[in-house]
Design a protein around this ligand. Structure first.
Ligand code: HEC
Ligand code: HEC
Ligand code: HEC
Ligand code: HEC
Ligand code: HEC
Length: 452
């Protein structure tokens, strides 16, 4: 299937949910606002439902599960609460909303801290206990006892219960129990699908997955994001199927020293490989006649059969097409190229705002009540995505002026991915990090011809 610009409205004031399954309700998160603060009985309780000191640090597990701890330590799960982008956005939200919704952002990044009464109104990151700063630590997952809704930390925690896994092993150190849902997408979806307090859908990889071929064929998130290998699950244990705990996606920790250089190199390779598997780009130039407008036809195909490309935090990620056409070595057309700050020449460029009329972006955008674009979910009333559905193809036509007398025409297209926009990091005061952001080429295509 193909078409020109197809935009999917993810949500507006009255949230529209395209889910058909009955266990996904379309209401706003269950809020209880008795004290003027926004609460949810499960994930943002008014009074603490757990004691954070009941949870054990990953360091405790390292004695017997060193490989799992090493892998997890480099993951975005370990980084979730110390991530400076997260911390600064939370601080902005705290100020903007006067502390009324301070539990909202932390409910998934640290369910232990949020349910443990540590992330209260006007909390400060520096004052949080170490187990809370461990983010999505071992026991954030292995002490889950049930999944009750497919979004906003929709799972129950049972810190004093047995260690849950998908296997049937027993351990002299801790009781174990088999909980099959840990091996299913529903478990990941309980945090990975995010809804604002307004009900606006922010992230929905699980909802996308449920409509996909991967769901039909029973391939969960774990099958791609936790690749399997054979080995011992604990020191001295017998070999079995293990699941990698690096949770490779598209993101690398920005904080200097969070991972060592060889690990960063390894993660970069893995991210590159994952992105290269995600999508293809094709390019054709038709009606290329000197002195006339030619047409560059760009086609992008999402090869992922499990969720959109891009998915997750699509409002932070940048996915776009760069196309440069040259006649006899001189550039006659360009789109998707960057300004001197390294920004795309869109609404957020400081140097050339709206300077790129032809920009093809697959990211998503927030609009506020005035109809203006905004970077912040808490003032957004609409969320519009240009992502490609699983296995979907879309085609764009761009008009390229071909100079009279041109003899040789060449065109280069790149499908590019950047985890965060430099302008956002500059807004958050992270200038050095903005300059160091990687850009990945998901795929490239080229075209050349001698003109008559
Ligand atoms: C003193 C050693 C020891 C410590 C400490 C330890 N474990 Fe284990 N754990 C084991 C052994 C042994 C097994 C069984 C492995 C097997 O037979 O495959 C196991 C099994 C598991 C399983 C797998 C259950 C299954 O079969 O699916 C999980 C999950 C687990 N541990 C999590 C943890 C976490 C999280 C911590 C830290 C809070 C931890 N363990 C601390 C020794 C330990
Ligand atoms: C068939 C393999 C496959 C399966 C199954 C899969 N993913 Fe992915 N995932 C990918 C690929 C490839 C990417 C990189 C491209 C992208 O960002 O969309 C990715 C990226 C991601 C990202 C990072 C997106 C971003 O740009 O920030 C998240 C989060 C994610 N997946 C979550 C999930 C969840 C949750 C599930 C299950 C509901 C899941 N994935 C199932 C292949 C898969
Ligand atoms: C984001 C959730 C999550 C976190 C965080 C997490 N695990 Fe797991 N872990 C899983 C899942 C899911 C499985 C089972 C995967 C499956 O069967 O598909 C698993 C499996 C295991 C197993 C069984 C062997 C294997 O590899 O399948 C052990 C042992 C284990 N984890 C230990 C740990 C330890 C130790 C930590 C912290 C360093 C940790 N896990 C952090 C989700 C998590
Ligand atoms: C307790 C909530 C929670 C659960 C459960 C959870 N995640 Fe996550 N996950 C997060 C958060 C929060 C982040 C982002 C942290 C950050 O970057 O600051 C994340 C990040 C990731 C990333 C990295 C995305 C990127 O852009 O690089 C992947 C991949 C991922 N999770 C996969 C999974 C899978 C697979 C499961 C199920 C086995 C799972 N997660 C379960 C909360 C969760
Ligand atoms: C329902 C659970 C949930 C809630 C609530 C939540 N997040 Fe996240 N967050 C996630 C998951 C899952 C990811 C990983 C998605 C991906 O990588 O595409 C993530 C990723 C992120 C990232 C990307 C990490 C990076 O550095 O690239 C930032 C920043 C972030 N969240 C900030 C926030 C802020 C700010 C809030 C509150 C407005 C918030 N989150 C609320 C689950 C949640």
């Amino acid at each position: 299937m193909s078409g020109l610009l197809l935009l999917a409205v993810l949500g507006c004031k009255k949230p529209v949910d395209t889910d058909t399954d009955t266990d996904t309700d379309t209401d706003t998160p269950d809020t209880d606002t008795g004290d003027g603060l926004v609460h949810d009985p499960l994930s943002m309780p008014r009074t603490p439902t757990h004691d954070p000191s009941e949870f054990q640090s990953a360091q405790v597990c390292a004695t017997c599960h060193p490989d799992h701890v090493t892998e997890w330590s480099s993951s975005m799960h370990a980084y979730a609460m110390v991530d400076p982008v997260f911390q600064r956005l939370v601080e902005l939200r705290q100020v903007d909303l006067g502390g009324r919704e301070d539990q909202f952002c932390t409910q998934c990044h640290s369910a232990i801290g949020t349910r443990g009464g540590e992330c209260v109104s006007a909390f400060e990151f520096d004052a949080l206990p170490p187990i809370v700063l461990e983010g999505i630590t071992c026991e954030s997952c292995h002490k889950v006892s049930a999944v009750v809704r497919p979004y906003n930390a929709g799972h129950e925690l049972d810190p004093t219960g047995p260690m849950r896994g998908t296997g049937t092993s027993t351990s002299p150190f801790h009781a174990t129990e088999t909980l099959p849902v840990l091996g299913q997408s529903d478990f990941c979806g309980s945090c990975h699908d995010v809804r604002e307090t307004s009900g606006l859908p922010l992230e929905r990889p699980f909802a996308e997955w449920r409509e996909s071929r991967a769901a039909e064929e029973g391939r969960p998130c774990q099958s791609c994001h936790m690749p399997e290998r054979i080995g011992p699950a604990a020191i001295g244990a017998a070999d079995r199927t293990l699941h990698e705990h690096r949770f490779i996606g598209v993101d690398l920790p920005l904080t200097e020293g969070f991972v060592d250089a060889p690990t960063r190199e390894l993660m970069t390779q893995r991210i590159t490989a994952l992105l290269e598997s995600a999508a293809d780009i094709e390019l054709d130039l038709v009606e290329a006649t000197p002195g006339q407008l030619g047409t560059a036809v760009v086609t992008v195909h999402n090869r992922i059969d499990a969720h959109n490309f891009p998915t997750g935090s699509t409002f932070l990620r940048q996915v776009w097409v760069e196309l440069v056409v040259q006649a006899d070595g001189v550039t006659v057309f360009e789109t998707g190229t960057l300004d001197a700050n390294g920004d795309l020449r869109d609404r957020w460029s400081a140097l050339d705002p709206y300077g790129d009329d032809d920009l093809i972006s697959l990211s998503s955008q927030f609009t506020d009540a005035n109809g203006d674009l905004t970077l912040f979910s808490w003032v957004a009333t609409e969320h519009t995505s240009a992502a490609l559905s699983p296995e979907y193809t879309r085609t764009w036509s761009l008009f390229v002026p071909i100079p009279a007398g041109a003899q040789e025409l060449t065109a280069q297209a790149r499908l590019r991915f950047r985890p965060l926009p430099p302008h956002l990091l500059r807004t958050l005061g992270m200038t050095d990090e903005a300059a160091a952001l990687p850009i990945y080429d998901v795929d490239t295509a080229s075209w050349a011809a001698q003109l008559p």
